[in-house]
Design a protein around this ligand. Structure first.
Ligand SMILES: [Cu+2]
Length: 168
């Protein structure tokens, strides 16, 4: 195999890395409750455990308008299913909540009985997004090939790059 051929493989791998990495870093829209949506029969504890929430992601509450609503509450109001007085509810049936800060967040349905009797409530933990270190410019005096990103996605990228090299 010629040096030029190897270089072609490397270039293709680099292109793949550049294309794939931003896709992996994309924000996620979490449809609360999955296909079922936001209602009386959802198990939002189980659903929340199936997800990982990061700053920049969104929650999407889907329900038939008028049947439910969404109120952001604190932990004690979540535990007791208390709709905060004067608290604003989301009522559109297609409510999008952007997760802008890390930490614990709590949401309930404010329709009387829905939270208390049917457990229509959601508690999540939002993690800070991983630092964009993989996109920093390489330090001077390093060769251009030493800046392969060492992020948490590195292993996925390495596997993909290896696959591409094997295929081409
Ligand atoms: Cu409800």
């Amino acid at each position: 195999m010629s040096y030029e051929h190897d270089l072609n493989h490397l270039l293709i791998a680099v292109v793949v890395i550049v294309i794939i990495l931003p896709l992996l870093a994309n924000a996620t829209d979490h449809k609360v409750g999955g296909d079922y949506g936001w209602g009386l029969d959802g198990n939002y504890k189980v659903w929340a455990q199936s997800q990982e929430f990061y700053v920049g992601d969104t929650l999407v509450f889907k329900y038939r308008r008028g049947d439910h609503n969404v109120m952001k509450v604190n932990e004690s109001d979540y535990e007791t299913c208390t709709a905060p007085p004067g608290g604003a509810a989301l009522v559109s049936g297609d409510d999008v909540v952007e997760l802008t800060t890390p930490g614990n967040k709590w949401y309930i349905c404010g329709i009387p009985g829905h939270c208390t009797a049917a457990n229509q409530k959601l508690a999540i933990t939002v993690f800070p997004s991983s630092p964009p270190s993989s996109f920093q410019a390489p330090p001077p005096n390093y060769s251009s090939f030493s800046c392969i990103p060492m992020s948490s996605n590195f292993h996925i990228v390495l596997v993909l790059a290896t696959l591409v090299m094997l295929i081409v």
